[in-house]
Design a protein around this ligand. Structure first.
Ligand code: ATP
Ligand code: AH0
Length: 376
């Protein structure tokens, strides 16, 4: 029997809103026991620093380059992750000696799968020294070396969770996990098959940018702004006509692949409503790549709190006789799922198990990955 390890996962996603942290006890296979989780938000000034870092990253040609301010941003980002771990351990009254491994995602600042280039800021060595705990980081690189997109990586964990979906809900049909983060991505799980996964299009990033530019608000809380707007149909069509949607999976996105340029300058609420529809429709369109019609869509990530997106998803799914639920309906945690996934992936990496498959990233064979560093 494989060893159960205690792992901490750390995720700073494309929304750049903060660090999700979660504890997991797992063998990196079927055994998954979820522990506590937390979120450490970035204040606006640091978020702006990362945003500036995205601009600096545009000139990166090889993944070890850190032009302009990126070295400083990486150091500050890692320090915040280290502080987050130390606070988490102290809050949970857990000793560092009781943690076997940290799975550290870092912050994606550039993702160009066609060029085989993906860059996550995050200094694993510094994190292991700060915490005194071994760290697995840089988990996307090996997939790309093996011809993969380098994303998404969460499907391995979705597959482990899918085993807990009751038959009354799955009805023996494919089940879809949807992560609505900055970008949206899905994992389609069918019994006995490798997971099928890919990015589906924008998640919350465009909505966040829109309400921030137009009204100085960080995000559309509850989707309430969108709920007061009207859908501008020709703008939805314009977004959904982008070449990305004609690409067959596996496929993945950079945060800047979709922009507000296609939105024009509507009223605040109409813009938010239209973008919510784009996010929902792009997700449901992705169901076409399932081998059989999915019965159940399980929504995770911050976008599940946008009731306008959720309403569009529920209505759209009803027309194809599928149900939409949120992670919590199955007693999963839609906020910490990616952090849990990084804990799970770190344990898999320790055992050399695959993190990705040809069906999730397009890698040429199932591959493991990550770089392991240990404290002195
Ligand atoms: N109460 C809420 N109402 C509406 N939207 C919300 C709410 N809370 C969070 N969000 C949205 O969720 C986003 C954060 O989602 P999440 O943390 O899943 O993204 P991420 O992990 O950074 O991104 P990714 O999964 O793409 O890496 C916020 O930027 C915001 O747009
Ligand atoms: C390159 C990168 O960081 N991609 C992220 C991003 O955010 C959502 C989507 O695009 C997904 O492909 C991925 O993150 C998730 C956690 C993943 O790898 O599974």
């Amino acid at each position: 029997m494989a060893a159960i390890r205690r792992a901490i996962g750390l995720m700073s996603g494309t929304s750049m809103d903060g660090i999700d942290i979660a504890l997991l006890e797992t063998d990196g296979r079927a055994e998954v026991r979820r522990g506590p989780s937390d979120f450490m938000p970035y204040e606006t000034a640091f978020r702006r620093q990362i945003e500036a870092g995205l601009e600096d990253a545009k000139s990166i040609r090889t993944r070890d380059q850190r032009p302009r301010e990126l070295t400083a941003v990486e150091k500050e980002l890692t320090k915040r992750h280290g502080d987050a771990v130390l606070k988490f351990l102290s809050d949970c009254k857990i000793s560092k000696d009781d943690i076997d491994i940290i799975g550290f995602h870092g912050q994606t600042v550039l993702h160009r799968p066609l060029e085989g280039l993906t860059v996550q800021l995050g200094d694993g060595k510094m994190l292991t020294e700060m915490t005194g705990i071994p760290v697995v980081y840089d988990m996307r690189a090996n997939d790309m070396i093996h011809g993969g997109q380098g994303a998404p990586l969460v499907p391995a964990y979705h597959q482990a969770l899918a085993a807990r979906v009751p038959f009354e809900l799955s009805k023996g049909k494919p089940v879809v996990f949807v992560n609505i983060g900055g970008i949206s991505n899905i994992t389609i799980i069918s019994d006995g098959e490798d997971p099928i996964a890919f990015d589906t299009g924008p998640g919350n990033t465009l909505i966040d940018q829109w309400v921030s530019d137009k009204a100085g608000i960080a995000y559309d809380a509850g989707g309430s702004i969108a709920s007061e707007g009207q859908i501008i149909a020709n703008i939805v069509t314009r977004y959904l006509a982008k070449p990305f949607f004609d690409l067959k999976p596996p496929k993945s996105l950079d945060r800047n692949d979709f922009t507000l340029a296609d939105l024009g300058d509507p009223e605040l609420a109409d813009g938010a409503r239209t973008l919510a529809r784009v996010t929902a429709e792009a997700i449901l369109m992705a169901g076409a790549y399932a081998p059989d019609k999915p019965s159940l869509w399980i929504i995770c990530g911050g976008g599940r709190k946008n009731t306008t997106i959720m309403k569009d998803l529920a209505e759209g799914a009803a027309t194809i006789r599928a149900s939409v639920i949120v992670a919590e309906d199955l007693e999963f945690n839609g906020d910490s799922m990616e952090a849990e996934a990084w804990a799970y992936l770190a344990v898999r990496a320790l055992d050399g198990l695959p993190l990705t498959w040809p069906t999730t990233t397009g890698c040429n064979a199932p591959v493991s990955g990550g770089v392991l560093v240990k404290p002195f």
